[in-house]
Design a protein around this ligand. Structure first.
Ligand SMILES: NC(=O)c1ccc[n+]([C@@H]2O[C@H](COP(=O)([O-])OP(=O)(O)OC[C@H]3O[C@@H](n4cnc5c(N)ncnc54)[C@H](O)[C@@H]3O)[C@@H](O)[C@H]2O)c1
Length: 283
């Protein structure tokens, strides 16, 4: 196998999904986060993720014990020295991502590709803090990762054609296809989606409709599987707010100003599914 061991940094919503998908497709995974407490939670989330996957894919032969066996849950960055590919999924915050890239650039072998999983941060900017900007590529995975067959791949200013090929092969090994787009904040998907979600929050804030009705209009009138506020709850309202803020800063355009209600909910710790409640209740 070309990518025997994969470093997955960040064991939140996305990191756990990426690790699960990789382990299910036979890769060894080093899953890194900052504390044992977060890693314990990641183990619980992985167990739930495997249960959900087998529920929706009854024909799939997934052995949960084998999946766990292929994943090293750790806080030790030095383990990345053996990685053949890295997927970074840390918090959507420039300062946090920058510190991670400066650190891993010194540990990971120079020929190894870094895939940035981000909602809106510039891949070119990430590449610039490393000594391998040609081997830094955006991989905007969809959530939940093991269920979604398509990935938006982003080519930064210096990302080489060879790296795009490597990214394609890597994703094929995860059972996924990709669509390659140019690097502009938010790429294609989130430039549209984040604006839609933010506007849906304004609708609730202005008392135009209740969250359930906003979502129902998208589902019943447009045939969407989920409404924008259900999607926001699934992604995490903190991630939505950070993404909208990145778009606002990047384009200097008022249309990306975050809705005050979104800021208020995040300040209150009401983050969507991961906290048990958002625009809808989950517990
Ligand atoms: N949630 C989604 O639906 C979604 C979809 C596509 C892309 N993304 C992007 O993926 C990335 C991760 O999002 P998420 O939803 O998993 O966020 P999350 O908040 O659930 O998880 C982020 C994790 O990063 C960890 N972390 C922070 N600093 C770290 C460090 N220095 N080293 C290691 N781990 C560290 C945190 O402890 C946390 O567990 C973000 O950039 C986000 O924009 C999210």
């Amino acid at each position: 196998m070309e990518f025997t061991t994969v470093g997955v940094i960040g064991a939140g919503v996305m990191g756990v999904g990426v690790a699960q998908n990789l382990a299910q497709t036979g890769h060894r995974v080093v899953l890194l986060d900052i504390s044992d407490e977060v890693l314990d939670n990641a183990r619980r989330e992985l167990r739930d993720g495997l249960r959900a996957y087998t529920l929706f894919n009854r024909d799939a032969a997934v052995d949960p014990a084998a999946v766990f066996d292929r994943i090293d849950f750790s806080t030790d960055y030095e383990l990345l020295a053996k990685a053949d590919f890295v997927v970074e999924n840390v918090t959507e915050d420039w300062d946090i991502k920058e510190a991670v890239y400066r650190r891993i650039d010194r540990i990971v072998r120079p020929e190894v590709v870094f895939a940035v999983n981000t909602s809106a941060i510039s891949i070119t900017r990430v590449g610039a803090v490393t000594d391998r900007p040609d081997r830094v590529v955006g991989m905007h995975f969809m959530n939940p990762v093991p269920m979604k067959p398509m990935v938006e791949v982003i080519q930064g200013y210096h990302t080489s054609a060879e790296t795009i090929d490597t990214a394609r092969r890597f994703l094929a090994g995860m059972g996924k296809d990709c669509i390659v787009v140019e690097d502009m904040p938010g790429f294609v998907s989130n430039r549209v989606l984040m604006l839609t979600i933010n506007e849906a929050v304004f609708l609730v804030q202005d008392g135009v409709a209740a969250p359930a009705d906003v979502d129902r209009i998208f589902k019943t009138c447009f045939g969407h599987k989920m409404g924008p506020l259900e999607t926001a709850d699934l992604i995490g309202l903190d991630t939505i707010l950070k993404s909208v803020e990145v778009l606002y800063d990047s384009y200097n355009d008022d249309k990306y100003r975050p809705a005050p209600l979104l800021k208020k909910m995040v300040a209150a710790g009401v983050l969507g599914r991961k906290s048990g409640a958002g625009f809808h209740r989950y517990r």
